[in-house]
Design a protein around this ligand. Sequence first.
Ligand code: FAD
Length: 438
Amino acid sequence: MIQSQYTPSKDFQRDVAESYDVIVIGGGPAGATTATLLAEHGHSVLILERSTIPRFHIGESLIPETYWPLKRLGLIDRLKESAFPKKFSVQFVSDGWKESAPFYFDEHNAHESSQTWQVERADFDRMLLDNAISKGVTVRSCAQVLDLIFEDEQVVGVRVKLPGDSDEDTETREIRSRVVCDASGLSTFLANRLGLKNSDPILRKGTVWSYFKGAQRDPGKDEGATLIMQTEGKHSWFWYIPLRDDVVSVGCTGDMHYMFPKGASAEETFARELERCPAMSKRLGKATRCLDFFTTKDYSYRSRQAAGDGWVLVGDAYGFIDPVYSSGVLLALRGGEFVADAVHDALQANDVSGARLGHWKAEFDAGLENFRRLVYAFYAPDFSFGDFLREHPQFKSNLVDVLIGAVFKPGVGDMFDVMGDIRPSPVEPTASEGMAKA
Ligand SMILES: Cc1cc2nc3c(=O)[nH]c(=O)nc-3n(C[C@H](O)[C@H](O)[C@H](O)COP(=O)(O)OP(=O)(O)OC[C@H]3O[C@@H](n4cnc5c(N)ncnc54)[C@H](O)[C@@H]3O)c2cc1C
């Protein structure tokens, strides 16, 4: 594990008022971005985060387009001064062994935004929260939102469990707001309560990951590169994300029933897949594991609604696709911008209807759709990006745009019209799942 540069601070235990303009559930990148931008507009904002801060989180690899929301938040200089490794490229390794040349982002765009970072999320997310506090946001940690308060079908606040004076003490309080913004990540607090979640039947994946120390690193400019390595037979793929202090995050993803057969431990699955990926085994040859194995599964979904009267979703609380293109933090930051602007507009107009709070949905969905189609192509057994570009070289810059995260750029999705609707087969539910649903 990497030692965090922060110790928990009293700022996260500030007194909480009876009401705010906006309550944000969750202090990850989506919640922090939304809250910061709203505070800059002059609104009173409370973030309620159930964990202690800083908290461990998966999702360390940023992509170049995160530069723009991070610039809007005023964080580029802080990132430049940080110890987070610089990331200049991504490299794909197909079928366990064949390494393609790294793809350097600055060959596509010479702007400084083409260099990004590999971040330990505990410290990165804490940096975002510190910034939120400096703009006037109140952040309360160890504060678990239990329920929404409805009046005439409009959300007007939350019920939250707060820590008391001693460890055993807790109090449950009602706090009111004009808008509640759900940024609760994969917990999907609001979408679960309102039954709004649509799982992606094709991307029913499972992941096992851990941290290793002393793995082989590439030299020079490639030292901070993300590597994506498919295993032999393409049943799964590994990520390799170099972090500071000689630590590397390594995870493996495949269809969830393949990854987690009955009785197999996370460690056994990881070892089984590592044998099928010589390129990764080689890199981990002299490394030692420095964290437990973690697992997660069935995390690709989208909410049918983005907003309702008095509430709006942002980040993973709205939807998550798949980790393969490291799109999550970008979508959380960009989503935070979309939602903050919509909430500001709604508060100014004194109209917090769902239509007004969610008017960003169509534009945001179009960007998400570009990632989704690229993810489907990655998992399609008969599709090859190399073959596609040999046949249609004019789409190289569209492909690169999606890889760097420029998914909201007009025309970027044109290549999918030519690529067609590539769909890997849906993952069939197992007999026991079928029975459970029946
Ligand atoms: C296996 C895997 C690998 C990934 N790798 C990458 C990667 O390399 N790069 C990348 O960009 N993205 C990656 N992601 C995605 C990334 O982790 C997320 O997209 C990102 O963290 C979303 O940010 P968020 O703010 O929406 O949610 P989160 O960062 O999850 O924050 C949500 C917060 O809400 C809090 N919360 C939840 N419920 C409550 C409640 N009831 N009350 C109060 N607080 C609550 C949680 O404690 C949490 O702190 C990966 C995801 C997975 C599953």
